[in-house]
Design a protein around this ligand. Structure first.
Ligand code: GDP
Length: 299
């Protein structure tokens, strides 16, 4: 019931308490605690509290204005990496080979996200193909095939246990080129216990791509489970070092968690959030919109 408390009482209750009265510095301490508890992270929380404190020093703010200012700050934090990327919304380039690698720890919703992205790509008029390069878990390849059937996108796979993931990517690039595929989605292994091998495996996949398809537009998207909080930030930092991440997908936003980790990821790992997943169905994925996200977080 701890989570429910954070959820319902998040910020709104705190500021409503003040009504039309001017905000006092004490509110900042409470707000700081709330933001930290909501996984917004130390950096982003500091930034918000400092900005708000500066404003309160200069002028009188009531809770409504304080709330508006808080929303602005939150939007700015998640928008910064998006602006730096020069791509407001991530979309494959038509008539080009785009390769999107999905990376992340097992269980976060990587395979589900892959299926959803395949569906979204077809609906948006792209040709797509899936490479089942998570060969470490036998079940993973079957899962990917199920999502391939659901979304209507072909899957390149090798059912042999522990087949070489780079070899599958090799085959998939060949198939993508001969079929003029625009978006190749690659599922990668997510075992954390052998992190070094995993990073080597990802690097090997990158080398295959560089060699076979140097012209491809490559995205490396980290899939994060919203409910993992601070742990999600740690995952982002450790993958960011060696996996050349270009963006993040946050999943399970339909659950009890609201995704405060998005702000931590944006301010500390400096990665743009690209998509959000809120459900287990094919259509439960949408492009990230900072304004909507902040509204939902604070509602
Ligand atoms: P992977 O191990 O990272 O490939 O994770 P899966 O894609 O197999 O997903 C793990 C579990 O999380 C499955 O039961 C999915 O149905 C579930 N899941 C994935 N995305 C979401 C989401 O956005 N919301 C909810 N509620 N469940 C999700």
């Amino acid at each position: 019931q701890g989570l429910e408390k954070t959820r319902k009482g998040f910020v709104t209750d705190l500021l409503e308490k003040f009504g039309d009265d001017p905000l006092t510095p004490e509110v900042l301490d409470d707000l700081e605690a709330l933001l930290l508890r909501a996984d917004v992270g130390v950096n982003a929380t500091d930034q918000i509290i400092t900005a708000l404190r500066r404003r309160l020093n200069e002028e009188v703010l009531d809770s409504k204005e304080g709330f508006r200012f808080l929303k602005q700050q939150l939007c700015q934090i998640v928008n910064k990496p998006i602006k730096n990327s020069n791509q407001e919304v991530l979309a494959p380039k038509h008539k080009s080979l785009n390769i999107w690698l999905l990376v992340g720890v097992n269980g976060v919703g990587k395979t589900t996200t892959l299926g959803k992205l395949a569906h979204l790509a077809l609906r948006s008029g792209y040709t797509a193909l899936i490479a089942a390069a998570d060969t470490f878990r036998a079940a993973a390849v079957q899962q990917v095939q199920i999502w391939g059937r659901r979304s209507g996108v072909s899957v390149i796979a090798n059912e042999t246990p522990n087949a070489d993931p780079a070899a599958i990517v090799f085959d998939a690039i060949g198939a993508a080129k001969s079929k003029e595929i625009e978006l190749l989605l690659v599922d990668t292994a997510g075992r954390l216990q052998t992190k070094n091998n995993l990073m080597e495996e990802l690097a090997k996949i990158r080398r295959i791509i560089d060699r076979l398809a140097p012209e491809a537009i490559v995205e490396s998207l980290l899939v994060l489970d919203a409910s993992q909080g601070q742990n999600g930030l740690n995952q982002a930092m450790s993958f960011a070092e060696s996996a050349n991440l270009t963006g993040v997908v946050i999943t399970k936003l339909d659950g009890s968690s609201r995704g405060g980790v998005a702000f931590a990821v944006a301010s500390e790992a400096k990665l743009p959030i690209r998509f959000i997943g809120a459900g287990e169905r094919l259509q439960d994925l949408k492009p990230f919109n900072s304004f909507e996200f902040v509204e939902a977080l604070l509602a």
